[in-house]
Design a protein around this ligand. Structure first.
Ligand SMILES: Nc1ncnc2c1ncn2[C@@H]1O[C@H](COP(=O)(O)OP(=O)(O)OP(=O)(O)O)[C@@H](O)[C@H]1O
Length: 374
């Protein structure tokens, strides 16, 4: 693991004017281990994406102080809050965590919920209540301060939770899929609010999300976590425009196959072929025979046809089987073996008699394939 085992000081105690959140940790939950390095400059937003069970929440728990790492360290604005000798308790870290389920006290009003953090920090009651009303105003809940959480909608409760998190003026805000339980419209409103508040308050933020839109609209940087390891990181647009892991490719809505160059034959305008399991896509010039490469191409670029009756291997493209059909951006998204997605208009499903188990022929033109070495 990069840097793991380093003492915090050894990683550079003088980390510039705005260190924000820095961590290099290994944490274990049962048989699962996550190893990750974080560097979120103050006021910036990092999105962490990854499949279910990748360790995203585990990582947040380590930063929040709810889980002690087995190795490594966490530093917030230059303060060590976790290492082999230090464990700052969660409530003393100046870290706020907002999850899918708003954690509001049911017996307290919205105002009292928001005032809770400032009160705990010693702000006098009247001032804490006034501040709470300002926060409720900021999250679009002016006039609802007397309501208890039970008398608010899910979206409104999540707004209260956001106001409560921000009212505590945390140095780091952790958002664990805060929009997951909300309908599309409510989520869109809250997404905008989070962006305005996070930017407006300059709060260092880590956002765990499954939604590519969150990464694109809210984050300065994205970390892709798979099976407890960071597999890609960078500016969201850059990472999504040129993914190097199948999970990121799926997030970006493109097919990614990893295979070897077969220079003995060209396909569909390529001078050679990338062979990846059953998949055969054209490869441009410049890649040596046998080289390991990745090829990316859009589901809309894949041509699909029904074979003329159990014939031999197609001259162009490859033979595949339909694994799954689901609604897709172009009408219907067809998943085939070799993990290749094909987008077709709904009429094509009837015309080609596409159904699970159907044999098909797929091809993609060289102009639509991007190949690079791995
Ligand atoms: N209390 C626990 N005891 C043992 N294993 C756990 C515990 N909590 C989580 N795990 C395991 O740790 C792994 C990572 O879980 P985690 O919740 O961090 O993933 P995640 O990326 O947040 O997933 P999701 O997107 O589904 O929320 C999973 O394999 C999970 O089963």
């Amino acid at each position: 693991m990069t840097g793991l085992g380093l003492e915090p000081g050894a990683a550079g105690a003088v980390a510039g004017p705005a260190p924000g959140l820095e961590a290099d940790v290994r944490a274990v939950r049962g048989v699962f281990a996550v190893e990750a390095r974080l560097a979120v400059p103050r006021g910036r937003v990092l999105a962490v994406v990854g499949p279910n069970g990748a360790g995203k929440s585990t990582l947040l728990d380590v930063v929040a102080g709810r889980l002690r790492p087995v190795a490594g360290w966490v530093r917030i604005d230059g303060r060590v809050v976790e290492d082999h000798a230090v464990h700052v308790r969660p409530e003393r870290r100046r870290v706020a965590l907002l999850g899918q389920e708003p954690l509001a006290f049911p017996h307290l009003s919205a105002r009292e919920n928001v005032a809770f953090g400032p009160r705990a920090a010693g702000v006098p009651a009247a001032r804490a209540r006034a501040q709470a009303d300002e926060w409720l105003d900021a999250v679009g809940l002016a006039g609802l301060g007397d309501r208890r959480p039970g008398a608010l909608s899910g979206g409104q409760r999540q707004r209260v939770a956001l106001a409560r998190a921000l009212a505590a003026e945390p140095d780091v805000l952790l958002l664990d899929e805060p929009f997951a339980q909300l309908d599309v419209r409510t989520a869109a409103g809250l997404r905008e609010l989070v962006r305005d508040q996070v930017r407006g308050t300059g709060t260092t933020t880590v956002l765990v999300t499954h939604d590519v839109l969150d990464a694109l609209t809210l984050a300065d940087e994205v970390l892709v976590l798979v099976e407890g390891r960071g597999v890609e990181r960078g500016r969201p647009l850059d990472v999504l425009a040129d993914p190097s892991h199948v999970f990121t490719a799926a997030l970006a809505g493109v097919n990614l196959v990893v295979g070897r160059v077969d220079a003995s034959r060209g396909a569909a305008g390529g001078v050679a072929t990338v062979v990846a399991g059953v998949v055969r896509v054209p490869c441009p010039a410049g890649f040596p025979d046998g080289a390991q490469v990745q090829a990316t191409f859009a589901p809309t670029a894949v041509e699909i046809a029904t074979p003329p009756g159990g014939g031999p291997t197609p001259a162009r493209g490859w033979a595949a089987t339909v694994v799954d059909l689901e609604p897709g951006p172009a009408g219907v998204r067809v998943r085939t073996d070799g993990d290749v997605l094909v987008d077709v208009p709904p009429v094509a499903v009837g015309r080609l008699d596409l159904r699970v188990g159907a044999a098909v022929e797929l091809a993609v033109d060289a102009a639509h394939v991007r190949v690079r070495a791995r």
